[in-house]
Design a protein around this ligand. Structure first.
Ligand SMILES: *Cc1c(COP(=O)(O)O)cnc(C)c1O
Length: 422
């Protein structure tokens, strides 16, 4: 469900014409719908209504300050994975008591920042990290609220790059060692063990892996209680998929899958949804530069590229592509939609059925809100695209297009020795 719809053959973002935004701001451009963002948060919240739940938006999916502010104003917390993300969400007004810090490689300075900020908890992923957190907390004379992230050893059907709950993955501590970890952690100074965490992967389109994960965590919680360790928070991560092309469970079905096995445990539930909150709330609009025909193929060359949206090549991801202006009775053709970058991996779609397009037409790459702009790079020295938020009948540029000056910021030309090396 989103608020990008056609009216009279023109694609609208809520009440604003997409082509008008493209004219005013240029292309490529990311456009987000505030109404869709609000709706998605509400639907997820309603799915968990009646359960003591904290929704921590996994902000790595979309970290524009205005998006963070919108979610923060609606009472969401944040799941962060770096000091930079902590800075961003605090800048947007996040409540530290609803911030959880995930990731296998937190640095000392990031741990320090988190402890000084007074976040809800650090999700710790290894024994050395546990000791490091304890050391940093001692040095600061603070107590570190800690949750251990367990790897539940299951393998949801998703792309291998975004599957994180299998025993071969770098994430979490092994299921078999969790109780030992807690016993050991209990003896470490300046730690407070308050939670248990997992996150099994992303773009998961079945409920069964969530059921299985919740069952395994429920067992651990009961075992720990027997060991005399009473936790307050159970953090179930994110991972709910969205319908790029496939079907995905509704938030209510997802909530039921997670909450079923946890009945009677009396814990505060934390969830870390990323993609499901923002994926369908954003599109990438790009303009056709050329239509190139070879002996065997037709290429629609657009001004957006893999540096703007890397998901198709990185995850073999499918994104629906729609014309911004629908033509009556237009013929359908098969084409690869490709960008200007000097890589064969620079495509948005391959062998795709599209309405006939010509140079100058605008195309909308749908479902680009999650892991879109945040993964953009300057490869091929391309300035990153602007980000726009539509709210009703108005739109706002919430990040400007980068300039050529931005591209070389921080670089310097130094006097190096001339001539060949001896
Ligand atoms: C990426 C990530 C999420 C969010 O995953 P989605 O699939 O976007 O919901 C949640 N928690 C952790 C620890 C993550 O790394």
């Amino acid at each position: 469900m989103n608020y990008f719809e056609y009216r009279d053959g023109r694609l609208l973002a809520e009440g604003v014409s997409v082509s008008e935004i493209a004219e005013r701001v240029g292309t490529p451009v990311y456009i987000y719908s505030a109404r869709t963002l609000r709706r998605h948060l509400r639907v997820v919240r309603e799915a968990f209504a009646g359960t003591d739940t904290i929704i921590c938006f996994a902000m790595k999916a979309l970290s524009n300050l205005s998006v963070l502010k919108l979610f923060s104003d609606l009472g969401a917390g944040f799941d962060i994975v770096s000091g930079g993300e902590l800075m961003r969400c605090l800048t947007a007004g996040a409540d530290p008591s609803k911030i959880v810090f995930s990731g296998v490689g937190k640095t000392d300075s990031e741990i320090e920042m988190a402890l000084r900020t007074g976040i809800l908890m650090l999700n710790v992923e290894s024994r050395p990290e546990l000791y490091r957190v304890s050391e940093v907390a001692q040095r600061l004379r603070l107590t570190a609220p800690v949750s251990l992230r367990v790897n539940p050893d299951l393998n949801p059907a998703t792309h291998p790059h975004i599957s994180t709950g299998h025993r071969d993955s770098k994430f979490g501590i092994p299921l078999s060692q969790v109780r030992d970890y807690y016993a050991e952690a209990r003896g470490l100074p300046n730690l407070k063990l308050i939670g248990l965490t997992t996150h099994i992967g992303s773009q998961i389109t079945e409920t069964s892996p969530f059921v299985e994960a919740a069952q395994k965590l429920a067992t651990i919680v009961r075992d720990l209680r027997r060991d005399g360790i009473a936790l307050k928070f159970l953090d179930l991560g994110g991972g709910l998929g969205i319908p790029y092309q496939e079907q995905s469970p509704l938030p209510a079905e997802y909530a039921a899958a997670l909450l079923g096995p946890l009945r009677g445990l009396e814990l505060t539930i934390i969830i870390e949804p990323g993609r499901v909150l923002v994926g369908n709330a954003g599109i990438l609009v790009t303009r056709v530069l050329y239509v190139k025909e070879t002996d065997v193929k037709r290429f629609v060359v657009v001004d957006g590229a893999m540096n703007d949206l890397i998901r198709p090549v990185l995850y073999e991801a499918y994104h629906e592509i729609r014309p911004v202006e629908e033509r009556q009775r237009s013929a359908v053709q098969i084409a690869d939609v490709v960008g200007p970058i000097c890589e064969s991996g620079d495509f948005f779609a391959r062998e795709r059925e599209l309405p006939e397009v010509q140079a100058g037409d605008l195309l909308a790459v749908m479902g680009a809100g999650a892991y879109g702009f945040v993964m953009a790079s300057n490869y091929n020295s391309r300035p990153r695209a602007p980000e726009v938020i539509v709210d009703g009948t108005r739109f706002h540029v919430v990040r400007e297009r980068e300039s050529y000056e931005d591209l070389i910021r921080g670089e310097r030309i130094v006097p190096l020795r001339e001539g060949p090396d001896a």
